[in-house]
Unconditional design. Structure first.
Length: 358
């Protein structure tokens, strides 16, 4: 059981306990997913002795039927109940892990009731060891999420997108992902023409027209696990410079993919992409890291950047997504999801990377 492995790691690292608010870590450890908790405090309390209990709003009484839980109703003070649980678990001092993404207002209240010499540390420092290496079931879920985005891309190529606004196309992509999966892993990016020079462009009212390079970056979620794909397509024949950078990015992406193997550092994968783009003279226009870990979160460890010291192992999953962004002209990015399996990289997203001219 994952919670037991977590308690073991927590002990080895000298932590007394952990307070885990809803999110992917809670889901990973318990399968619990509390929808729309908002400002109402909900926490899993875990002690190094292996005791655990949820504190949750009464709204979830019909959801948390199979998990030891203390409920609090609107009008009651949840932090008083938290203090009781801490006392029951003999948690009064020492190193305490706190979910990194916990709301600050919750943590401020926790500090108020627990000012007895606790030392707070980020939960991710322990969780990363568990989550970075995916098991078979996790990889299967990611393969499914990747198949969905491949399929959506092949469908997009059949749509009549000329004249659509970026927002309209983004919505259409989102709808199709939702029909085929559990939902989107992030809001789709549609960047047309000069907007493609902004890696995280928010789709707007610009209409897609002839000569555009069009960056499409979107992802699906399946059983909690994310996919994340980028393809760049041409609408009509684009500027020669954009075709030139397309070929460079494609080569950089391939070289980085080939650099993936068990035992190499993440930064060596980054270097393979970066060297290719730098040698072609566009180094200063590749403005971000080559990729990021992918799993329950769309960005997680291991990060594939120039400072990536993580040594790649079987079961690690991440994106490879070099890009070149030319202000005023546009951009190109190609992104695949990759898993390390049997010592080598395996692409989870597999739809074509040849330049398509629509
Ligand atoms: Co992406
Ligand atoms: Co990405």
């Amino acid at each position: 059981m994952r919670l037991e492995r977590f308690v073991k790691l927590m002990n080895e690292a000298g932590y007394e306990g952990a307070l885990i608010s809803p999110g992917t870590n809670l889901y990973y450890l318990t399968g619990i997913n509390l929808h729309e908790v908002g400002e109402r405090p909900a926490l899993l309390v875990v002690s190094s002795e292996g005791q655990y209990r949820m504190l949750a709003p009464g709204l979830y009484e019909n959801v948390l039927t199979n998990f030891p839980t203390t409920f609090w109703r609107d009008g009651e003070n949840p932090y008083e109940k938290l203090a009781w649980i801490l006392a029951e678990f003999h948690l009064s001092s020492g190193k305490l892990l706190i979910e990194d993404t916990m709301r600050a207002d919750w943590l401020i209240n926790i500090i108020r009731i627990a000012n007895r010499g606790f030392e707070f540390h980020p939960l991710s420092s322990v969780m990363r060891e568990l989550r970075m290496r995916k098991d078979k079931g996790e990889i299967e879920a990611m393969e499914h999420a990747a198949k969905v985005v491949d399929r959506v891309f092949e469908e997009i190529l059949t749509w009549d997108i000329m004249g659509m606004t970026e927002k309209e196309l983004a919505l259409k992509i989102e709808l199709r992902i939702r029909e085929l999966s559990d939902g989107i892993s992030f809001e789709p990016i549609v960047a047309s023409g000069e907007n493609g020079a902004n890696p995280h462009h928010e789709p707007g009212n610009r209409r897609i027209r002839k000569g555009d390079m069009l960056i499409l970056d979107y992802g699906a979620r399946w059983k909690g696990y994310c996919s994340d794909i980028t393809r760049t397509v041409a609408v009509g024949r684009p500027n020669e410079k954009l075709i030139e950078i397309y070929d460079i990015v494609k080569e950089a992406q391939e070289k980085a993919f080939r650099a993936v193997r068990e035992g190499v550092k993440a930064k060596e994968v980054d270097r393979a992409a970066r060297e290719t783009i730098s040698k072609a003279g566009y180094g200063e226009y590749f403005t971000h890291r080559t990729g990021h870990g992918l799993g329950l979160d769309v960005h997680e460890e291991p990060y594939i950047g120039p400072d990536g010291e993580v040594v790649l192992e079987n079961g690690m999953t991440f994106t490879i997504e070099p890009g070149i962004y030319l202000p005023g002209l546009g951009g190109v990015r190609i992104e695949d999801d990759v898993a390390v399996i049997d010592g080598r990289g395996r692409r989870l997203t597999r739809t074509g990377r040849e330049l398509v001219i629509l």
